[in-house]
Write a protein that binds this ligand. Structure first.
Ligand code: HEM
Length: 156
C-alpha cells in the first residue's frame, strides 16, 4: 500500500513541479526580455519593407541634391539602394548578410568630407521623419550610420 502511494506521489510531485516551473518561466521570460532591451531595431523600424522604403526615399533625396549628386554620376541606383538595404538590415539586427564592400573600402580614395557626410545624414533624418519613425528608432539608426563616418570620411 505504502509502495503504491509512493509510486503515485512521485509523478504528482513532478507534475506540480513542472506546472510551477512553467508558470515561473511564463512570468520570468517576458521580464528577462524586457530587462535585456526591446525587439531588434530592425523590427522596430518595421522590417525589410519599411527599410526598403526608407532607403529608396533617402537615396532619391541624395541623388537629387546638387551638392553631392556628382558623386553618383555613374552609380547604378538600383544596386546602390539594394546594397544600402542589406547593410542597414544587417546592422539593425535583421536577417540579412551584407555582401558589399566594407565602408572603408567602398569609399576609399573618394576624399569624402564631413560636410558631405552631414548632407547624407540630414537626408536620412528627413526621410525618417517623413515616414514618422519614432524618435528612439531614428536615433538608433542615425547612431549606427554615424558610427560609419570614421570609415567614410577622408578629409575634414
Ligand atoms: C551616410 C553614410 C553612408 C552610407 C551608409 C553609405 C553606404 C554605401 C554603400 C552600402 C555603398 C555600396 C558599397 C558596395 O555595394 O560595395 C556605397 C558606395 C558609395 N558611396 Fe556611400 N555611404 C555613405 C556615405 C556616403 C557619402 C557621404 C558619399 C559622398 C557624398 C558616398 C558616396 C558613395 C559612392 C560614390 C559610392 C559608389 C557608388 C557606385 O557604386 O557607383 N557615400 N556607400
Amino acid at each position: 500500500m505504502r509502495e503504491f502511494t509512493r509510486q503515485r506521489r512521485i509523478p504528482l510531485v513532478l507534475i506540480v513541479a513542472g506546472v510551477l516551473a512553467l508558470a515561473a518561466s511564463v512570468w520570468v521570460i517576458p521580464n528577462l526580455n524586457r530587462a535585456e532591451g526591446q525587439q531588434a531595431l530592425y523590427d522596430r523600424l518595421g522590417g525589410k519593407e519599411a527599410i526598403t522604403a526608407v532607403v529608396d526615399d533617402f537615396v532619391n533625396r541624395t541623388v537629387a541634391d546638387s551638392r553631392v549628386n556628382g558623386r553618383f554620376a555613374f552609380t547604378d541606383a538600383k544596386k546602390f539602394k539594394a546594397s544600402n538595404v542589406e547593410l542597414i538590415c544587417e546592422a539593425t539586427g535583421g536577417p540579412c548578410t551584407y555582401q558589399g564592400q566594407d565602408m572603408k573600402r567602398a569609399h576609399a580614395g573618394m576624399r569624402i568630407s564631413n560636410a558631405e557626410f552631414d548632407i547624407l545624414a540630414k537626408h536620412l533624418t528627413a526621410t525618417l521623419k517623413k515616414f514618422k519613425v519614432p524618435k528612439q528608432e531614428r536615433k538608433g539608426l542615425l547612431e549606427i550610420i554615424g558610427s560609419l563616418r570614421k570609415d567614410i570620411v577622408e578629409t575634414s
